[in-house]
Design a protein around this ligand. Structure first.
Ligand SMILES: [Zn+2]
Length: 380
């Protein structure tokens, strides 16, 4: 692909998200059976809950039963300045525990395993799903990787997702929840026997790097090479070096294209306070090579530096799928042509699929994408 300096029509961009990565993680904490606290809703005014069996709501502080129903009716919990209200009546509690005899609850029409913890805060309700680690992973792995993919790729995803959530859980031990439901996609309705097996057969296996539990990232398709985490996120932690990935080049997501009118492009920039953009140029690039970390935009009001993660959000993260692309301006339209899908840090899922098809084990796949890291089975 061609590149030019200054005002240009060709750009390489990196996708990124704002993630601040925390400090040390206890390396020997048990994993099996641990409850994961998944934030489903934050700041909600109310939530509708139902169950196919007996549903009980208790005051978390006193243990007193506040509500119980066996008629499968939905109950609404809302937040007031006095605390939580059940079916519109203040119950005098700020924290509720919701359980069912079937260990399954519907939250705003979507079914989740385990129990709920609801906190009535001034900012609204925080609804947290309390779920066993294995059950959580059996909802995450099929949400993040197709169950039809090779077994060793699914097992690699299971190890990565387990390490990812445990890192968050250990780090957020003193917080109200461990992880949000979209940090890695948690959709219990996607469960599949094939991904269940991948989770069970890698039980308690996680990734360690330099003596600590690794926070292993992954993305759909790296576009040919992976990226330094520190070039994408604000972190001082140490991560494995990026690697070349020639394995994803035949993937359907390897190339993408997006096209919009210049008026639409300028309108999207206007929401960032950039009026009448005249030109866009690369401001900085990743030290790993071609990915861009920030853009410089000249407009009637002066010069603006826009970090690449913000640029992707302004354009639409599924419009600008990755940081690797060029731009062409032609006939009143701007066309983005790029490679890869996602931030490019850590495991390339498309590459993992190809490696598994070529006979690599899940450990071999992880060795490639996390050089220097090793798998370790935590005590149960
Ligand atoms: Zn790749």
């Amino acid at each position: 692909m061609r590149r030019r300096r200054g005002i240009r029509k060709v750009f390489w961009l990196i996708c990124s998200m704002l993630v601040v990565i925390g400090g040390c993680v206890p390396p020997e904490r048990p994993a099996r059976g641990r409850l994961i606290r998944v934030a489903l809703l934050e700041g909600a005014r109310s939530v509708a809950i139902s169950s196919q069996s007996t549903l009980t709501i208790k005051d978390a502080a006193s243990g007193k039963v506040l509500f119980r129903t066996e008629n499968r009716k939905s109950v609404t919990v809302s937040g007031t300045s006095e605390g939580a209200a059940i079916s519109g009546k203040p119950c005098g509690a700020r924290e509720l525990l919701v359980s069912s005899t079937s260990n399954s609850l519907s939250v705003n029409g979507k079914t989740y395993p385990g129990n709920l913890r609801i906190l009535a805060r001034n900012s609204g309700l925080l609804v947290v799903n309390l779920v066993n680690l294995g059950t959580y992973l059996k909802a995450v792995v099929p949400s993040e990787m197709l169950p039809t993919w090779p077994e060793e790729a699914l097992k690699a995803q299971a190890v990565v997702s387990r390490s990812f959530v445990l890192h968050h859980a250990f780090r957020n031990d003193a917080e109200d929840y461990d992880i949000t439901a979209d940090k890695q996609v948690y959709n219990p309705e996607k469960r599949d026997p094939r991904t269940d097996r991948a989770v069970d057969s890698t039980d308690n296996i996680v990734l360690f790097y330099r003596g600590e539990l690794l926070l292993p990232f992954f993305s759909t398709c790296c576009g040919g090479f992976t990226e330094y985490a520190a070039n994408v996120w604000d972190t001082k932690d140490v991560f494995p070096s990026p690697v070349k990935c020639p394995f994803c080049r035949d993937a359907p997501d390897y190339r993408w294209q997006a096209r919009m009118s210049l008026d639409e492009f300028q309108e999207k920039l206007r929401s960032a306070g950039v009026a009448s953009a005249r030109s866009v140029a690369v401001h900085s690039r990743s030290t790993s090579g071609e990915r861009i970390t920030a853009l410089r935009i000249e407009s009637d009001t002066g010069q603006s530096i826009i970090k690449i993660n913000r640029f992707r959000l302004l354009m639409g993260p599924n419009v600008i799928r990755s940081g690797l692309f060029d731009i062409q301006v032609d006939g009143g339209y701007i066309t983005f042509r790029g490679r890869g899908w996602g931030h490019g840090v850590g495991m390339c899922q498309r590459g993992a699929k190809v490696l598994a098809e070529r006979g690599k084990s899940f450990k071999g796949i992880l060795d490639h994408y996390f050089p220097g890291a090793r798998t370790k089975k935590l005590s149960g």
